[in-house]
Write a protein that binds this ligand. Structure first.
Ligand code: BGC
Length: 760
């Protein structure tokens, strides 16, 4: 094949021309096949090969030699259009046992540092690309506003602004300047839209939200991703106000492709087209489902292979216009060209691994030293210190050993200990630490899988750091994470009594989290509360600290744990080196700086507890529950103390299009350097609709030396104060706004200034 007979192979021509040239050479069958995405996990290899020969557009969940074989078959076809391989590399290329497993999105969001998301995505892109795959179904831009939902761990938390910033950075990390580079891949913003808002936290169930709410609350993170150049978007499973996303013409065609100007392609979620017939009962048969999906604006159809025959039949009868197919295929081919599939030989791996001289280099990329280092650095910033009380007159954390810390290990100040007890079901659990979306759970669950690489569990991390500092470690599991009939609490208490500080690791484990694993009750399972309370009673008698370390996918009911513990550290699902990062924080080798990206309920019935609620609830609380969440959005401590001295604005009045500086004066009143995340919220004091009590509008991370006072100017564009009015249009209404700045979202943590937005 050459550029003379196949002019679209001429890399010197504009992509638009190349796409048009290729499209004009394609038969109907070849075009419709490009719209099909099959999953290697639910198909026989023979059937997958047949699809490759038919010129299937994309294959997902296919690794190694299987992918290479399929690519060989596809590129051997008449037109030789390469397959675009998709994979769920959600927090690292976790489905490949051996690749780097990063902290989950929720954990990453706790760093409030978009640079971490970009780094995570760049490393993931390298590892995915090394495998010969091109496209990850990430980032998730759904909001985690109901922790009963199984997929909250996949979100960047509850806030649209934070999610948008983290999401856009993730997109940049995957795609770089161009996904055609050998070490970059195509990103996918999902699940469009309001998927996390399903009633009752029920995965894929109805999201009973209006289009006004969609535009106001759920669209902004997707807008950020589109601005960052995301090349694909996945349509969610669920109906929005009773219309399934993949049947929602207004959402896909009018809003996404029209108003937002999204030029990439839309992929459905798993079997969304089939579901229009079988689950949602909107289509009498697959042909009707295919027609609805096409008209709504889906371009690639995930795992409804029947779409192929159905659409060809519809075309033959003239029931769908060929122009509709052309539009979808143009979008798909455009991304294939942009992703370098026609020009960069690195992107089209066809040789079996054993015959490919480059395969060895690729193998060396997974979890390599540089990636391990980046992973650990990121994991450190994701930890959130939620409580640090005093025991015997000094803070529970950090602890210090008998020996001074090594240069690498950092400061040695802290409570002197000789022996620590490490207890709890999640102290030595790779599964709990990894969470969802690794080889343990996908493409099919293998809970007994064994990692082929070194993972530092919490116990491993503490043993390492303790060893370096001359501290002894005793370990007892204490109880099972889920089964109340399996416990060794007496043994754990005995062990704990030999220690100068006790660390207990509790939370959740697989399969208590993830897709289709919603929970009706977020109480800690097994005998975890009983374990912590028993240890607490003993520790309090002996005057030694009890530190609870949370290893969990998402907020659970941690009230009893928090009450019983002197200190609490939240690690979420922290990935391969989470144990080292946690141990370093415990030993004070760095100063924790994470902030919660999500609020924690006291009890399941208190949900929703997200901070940006609207006013007007009679009494503002349940009769039988406290007013506040257990921990609020933005909370997080460090080993120093920050004091907010003042907040002022660079001007008191501003118009649309202008940016105001929110000047915050901040003192590090402690004796240790620390990093503070200055959070800026706004409240609209009078509006044409009911607006939230406050909404995050900006934030800035700033490192302040001990004893220093700094002034931080955080830019606040007035346009960010706009709302989506009753007519569904975004508008900046003139009037008064309270601009609040401080340590976290709670009223008592915020200082206030007044901004007038003037007309014109
Ligand atoms: C999930 C998506 C995922 C897809 C492919 C679906 O069930 O909702 O997030 O990308 O499967 O694995």
């Amino acid at each position: 094949m050459s550029a003379s007979t196949q002019p679209w192979l001429d890399a010197g021509k504009p992509i638009e021309e190349r796409v048009a040239g290729l499209l004009s050479a394609m038969t109907r069958e070849e075009k419709v096949a490009q719209m099909v995405q099959i999953s290697y996990s639910i198909i026989t290899p023979e059937r997958a090969d047949e699809w490759a020969r038919l010129g299937v557009g994309s294959v997902l969940h296919c690794l190694g030699d299987d992918a290479r074989r399929i690519q060989r078959l596809a590129t051997g076809n008449r037109l030789g259009i390469p397959v675009l391989f998709g994979i769920d590399a959600i927090h690292g290329h976790g489905i490949h046992n051996g690749a780097t497993v990063f902290p989950t999105q929720l954990a990453l969001a706790a760093s409030w540092n978009p640079a971490n998301a970009e780094r995570m995505a760049a490393v993931t892109a390298k590892e995915v690309a090394a495998e010969g795959l091109h496209w990850t179904f990430s980032p998730v831009l759904c909001l985690g506003r109901d922790p009963r939902w199984g997929r909250v761990d996949e979100t960047f938390g509850e806030d649209p602004y934070l999610s948008g910033k983290m999401g856009a950075a993730t997109v940049r990390g995957y795609q770089g300047e161009s996904p055609a580079s050998s070490d970059r891949i195509v990103a996918c913003a999902k699940h469009y839209i309001a998927y996390g808002e399903s009633t009752g936290g029920r995965d894929s169930y109805d999201s009973a939200v209006s289009m006004r709410m969609v535009r106001d609350v759920f669209l902004p993170p997707f807008e950020e991703a589109v601005k960052a150049g995301v090349h694909t978007v996945m349509a969610g499973y669920e109906p929005v106000d009773r219309v399934p996303c993949s049947a929602h013409r207004e959402l896909l065609r009018d809003v996404l492709k029209g108003e937002l100007g999204f030029k990439g392609f839309v992929v459905t979620d798993w079997m969304n087209v089939l579901s229009l017939h079988t689950r949602h009962k909107m289509a009498a048969n697959l042909e009707e489902a295919s027609r609805i999906a096409l008209e709504a604006g889906n371009d690639m159809i995930m795992t409804t292979p029947e779409f192929y025959e159905s659409t060809l039949a519809l075309l033959a009868r003239g029931e769908v216009a060929e122009s509709q197919i052309d539009e979808a295929v143009t979008r798909i081919l455009n991304i294939k060209f942009l992703a370098g599939l026609f020009d960069n030989p690195d992107k089209v791996k066809t040789l079996p691994l054993s015959e490919d001289p480059a395969a060895k280099d690729a193998e060396a990329v997974y979890n390599c030293e540089a990636h391990r280092k980046e992973n650990l650095e990121i994991a450190r910033e994701c930890l959130v210190l939620l409580k640090n009380g005093t025991v015997g007159g000094s803070p529970a954390l950090p602890i210090a050993g008998q020996k001074p810390a090594t240069a690498e290990g950092g400061a040695s100040a802290g409570r002197r200990v000789r022996r620590i007890a490490v207890i709890g079901p999640n102290a030595d659990s790779v599964r709990a630490q990894f969470g969802d979306w690794t080889f343990f759970t996908h493409p099919t669950p293998h809970y007994d899988a064994v990692p082929t690489f070194r993972v530092d569990t919490m116990l491993d991390g503490l043993k390492k750091l303790a060893g370096e500092r001359g501290v002894g470690v005793i370990y007892e599991k204490g109880c099972d994470a889920t089964d109340p009939s399996v416990q060794w609490i007496a043994k754990a208490r005995k062990a704990a009594k030999k220690a100068d500080a006790v660390f207990v690791f509790v939370g959740d484990t697989l399969p208590q989290t993830g897709e289709a694993h919603d929970r009706a009750n977020l109480e800690l399972t097994g005998m975890q509360n009983e374990l912590v309370e028993a240890l607490s009673a003993d520790c309090r008698k002996r005057g030694v600290p009890l530190v609870s370390v949370l290893v969990n996918g998402k907020p659970l009911e941690f009230g009893r744990v928090a009450e019983a513990s002197d200190a609490v550290v939240e690690t979420f699902n922290s990935g391969t080196h989470g144990g080292i990062a946690a141990a370093e924080a415990i030993f004070g080798a760095f100063n924790p700086s994470g902030r919660l990206p999500i609020s924690f309920p006291r009890t399941t019935g208190q949900i929703p507890v997200y901070y940006n609620q609207i006013p007007g609830w009679h009494e503002g609380k349940y009769h039988d529950c406290d007013r506040t969440p257990l921990f609020a959005f933005g909370e997080g401590l460090s080993y120093t103390e920050f004091r907010y001295d003042s907040v002022s604005l660079s001007k008191d009045a501003a118009r649309a299009g202008e940016t105001v500086l929110v000047n915050v004066t901040l003192t590090n009143a402690g004796d240790r350097e620390g990093t503070e995340t200055v959070q800026v919220y706004a409240a609209d004091l009078l509006a044409s609709i009911v607006t939230p009590v406050k909404e995050l509008k900006a934030f800035a991370r700033v490192t302040v030396p001990a004893g220093a006072t700094v002034t931080v100017g955080v830019p606040l564009p007035t346009d960010s104060l706009s709302l989506v009015g009753i007519d569904g249009r975004r508008v900046l209404e003139p009037g008064e706004f309270a601009i609040l700045a401080g340590h976290d979202s709670r009223d008592q943590s915020l200082l206030s200034a007044r901004l007038t937005v003037t007309a014109g």
